[in-house]
Ligand binder design. Structure first.
Ligand code: MEV
Length: 443
């Protein structure tokens, strides 16, 4: 069947599913049944999901787990986590418990300003542009008043508007750099709308001014920046060095020093830093997704921040001084607890309710704790027993599910591997041995 199609978006949902199944799947009937089986039984809820994006043909499930016992700034939270990777939720819960007994997580907001730009090219005199821009400053802000009125009522709005000369980096390139306080909303639509209104004023003003009228100003784009180094949160755990007991044969001092060295390696070595930060993002993304926030934006911001001095480095840091172990994270998190999916997705609504319907600042502090907890769990495993023990245990179930093991078979094989690292080939062999069958493909 022809794999290309014209006017796909205009087809009904059923017709889209049928075309997809026929054009791209080996067994169209099975494919269709599968897509249908992933639809929500409540038509209203399904319609809402259909309308989040275009061309919806099914829902894509991710497990929604919870990690209890997070003591953050004296409050106990149960963190909602949407993630497919085994062991992330278990690791978060384990870390939370460890730190619950040692005073918990201490989070603080450093700043919460968002930035957007009108990126434009101008071929005239820079000084003339500067003076026209100065004259336009009131009008630039006024032009957005119909958009900012509500935000201002909530205490937010435009904080600052600057002209930035970027011609040293790229000929004729300038920016209008605008700072915003978007309160409890992530603010992407708000920021972009403001910038587009301002761009009209800028274009008109430069075309009309005597000193710049003969020059050419070309607005390239108006867009918020996902790099948010002025929307920062810091979270720390600390305890007396002797309380860093680990449950292995290492002393508290040995463990703390080994842990600190692992962090130092990620501070200086990009190969390790990428994996180290990926582990942090396991915790962060899971809460971000569960609370209906934009994990791609947060990933972009965190990785850009990790490379802010020109070298990609660890987002967490550690010190062992004067008998005190301290471990902390500092990350840019631009989050929203109103708007977007927050009131539309029933599970997102529930996730926010579980957290006590936090404002954006509170959610930033919770998410930072989740990232720190995840990194603590990963480094603790890596510097003591090794990562595979915990990881592969959780992975055992995935392997058995892939093989189609029954519940009884899962129990028997899990018991066999209770004290062993379940390498894939060994689990496959145990499964076929249990069924009295030869391993497929084995000689
Ligand atoms: C795996 O998803 C994450 C880790 O690799 C993180 C790390 O190495 O720190 C375990």
């Amino acid at each position: 069947m022809e794999k290309r199609i014209k006017g796909f978006s205009k087809l009904s949902k059923q017709a889209k599913m049928e075309w997809l199944a026929k054009a791209h799947l080996a067994n169209p009937t099975e494919g269709l049944t599968l897509m249908q089986s992933y639809m929500h039984s409540d038509a209203q809820i399904q319609k809402r999901h259909d309308e989040f994006i275009e061309n919806t043909v099914a829902n894509y499930f991710l497990p929604f787990g919870v990690a209890p016992n997070f003591l953050i700034n004296g409050e106990v939270y149960t963190l909602p986590m949407a993630i497919e990777e085994s062991s992330v939720v278990a690791a978060a819960a384990k870390s939370a418990q460890f730190w619950m007994a040692r005073g918990g997580f201490h989070s603080e907001i450093i700043s919460s300003t968002k930035i957007g730009h009108i990126h434009f090219m101008f071929d005239g005199d820079t000084e003339a542009l500067k003076s026209v821009f100065a004259e336009l400053s009131v009008e630039l802000k006024q032009a957005t008043s119909h958009i900012t009125a509500n935000m201002e009522k909530r205490g937010g709005g435009i904080l600052d508007i600057q002209l930035v000369d970027k011609t040293a980096a790229l000929a004729e390139y300038y920016q209008v750099e605008v700072r915003f306080d978007t309160r409890d909303s992530m603010g992407a639509n708000f920021i972009n709308s403001c910038l587009e209104e301002m761009a009209k004023v800028l274009k008109r003003g430069v075309a009309q001014a005597e000193t710049t009228a003969a020059s050419h100003l070309d607005v390239v784009m108006c867009i918020l920046s996902n790099y948010t180094p002025e929307c920062l949160v810091r979270c720390e755990v600390h305890c007396a060095l002797e309380d860093m007991v680990e449950g292995t044969d290492m002393t508290a001092m040995e463990f703390a020093h080994k842990f600190q060295r692992a962090v130092r390696i990620a501070e200086v070595e990009p190969y390790r830093a990428a994996t180290h930060n990926k582990g942090i993002m396991n915790g962060i993304d899971a809460v971000i997704l569960a609370t209906g926030n934009d994990f791609r934006a947060v990933e972009a911001a965190c990785h850009a921040y990790a490379a802010r001095d020109g070298q990609y480095r660890s987002l967490t840091h550690c010190s062992v001084e004067d008998g005190l172990f301290r471990f902390w994270i500092e990350i840019p998190l631009s989050l929203g607890t109103v708007g977007g999916l927050t009131q539309l997705h029933p599970l997102v609504k529930m996730a926010l309710e579980m957290l006590g319907n936090p404002g954006a600042h509170q959610l930033m502090m919770i998410v930072a704790a989740s990232g720190l907890a995840q990194n603590f769990a990963a480094l603790r495993a890596l510097t003591t027993t090794g990562i595979q023990k915990g990881h592969m245990k959780m992975h055992l179930l995935n392997i058995l599910n892939q093989l189609g093991a029954t519940e009884t078979e899962k129990e028997i094989i899990a018991a066999q591997f209770a004290k062993l690292v379940p390498h894939h080939a060994d689990v496959v062999k145990a499964f076929y041995d249990l069924r009295g069958l030869p391993v497929p493909g084995a000689h």
